[in-house]
Unconditional design. Structure first.
Length: 194
């Protein structure tokens, strides 16, 4: 099993006016990223948010599916929620991973631009497969992580390019695409021509 973790970051985030804000936790993000995380054997999905009121909201949703009525109603959802935790900031997620794995994770984020420390999907997939260090993949909400944060990360994953000029995927879709590229079946090597 890979030592891969993900984090959904809600601060510091740009809004549509290029102002730094704290975004709200979206119910769909909690559910869909939990299910995607479990599908790709992510060790933990961290909801990273500094506001206690938002953490309580997320915790209420998580409790409903982990131990409440939802845990009896939908066992698949209960299992998916076993990967989800809340932390106040990125460093708290890094600290938890470091304590659990006895090694500081490689921290990788995503952006729609190229940086000097941009890494390809193939190269990062190889690093994860080597299993030498844990890996924390960070995803921004809103209009992306504040740019000075980029210097703190080990790598920035190359952008996802679609088939057209429009390029503003919802975070849930981006996470699914990226996890499949990094951890999914290597279908292009299977030799299937069907």
């Amino acid at each position: 099993m890979s030592k891969t973790y993900i984090g959904l970051v809600h601060y510091p985030i740009y809004n549509r006016n290029n102002e730094v804000v704290t975004t709200a936790i979206a119910n769909f993000d909690i559910h869909d990223l939990a299910r995607t995380s479990r599908t790709y054997n992510i060790k933990n999905y961290f909801i990273i948010h500094p506001l206690e009121s938002q953490i309580r909201l997320a915790q209420d949703v998580m409790d409903y599916w982990k131990t409440g009525v939802g845990s009896k109603y939908n066992l698949d959802r209960k299992e998916a929620f076993t990967t989800v935790e809340t932390v106040p900031d990125i460093e708290a997620a890094v600290d938890q991973i470091t304590a659990k794995e006895q090694a500081r994770p490689i921290v990788v984020t995503t952006d729609a631009r190229i940086y000097p420390n941009t890494i390809s999907y193939g190269h990062l997939r190889e690093k994860i497969a080597q299993n030498d260090h844990p890996c924390l993949l960070l995803f921004g909400t809103g209009f992306g992580l504040e740019k000075t944060m980029m210097n703190q990360f080990d790598y920035i994953l190359e952008p996802i390019y679609g088939g057209g000029e429009y390029n503003h995927l919802p975070v849930r879709a981006a996470v699914a695409i990226i996890l499949d590229r990094l951890l999914g079946e290597a279908w292009w090597q299977a030799g299937n021509t069907d």
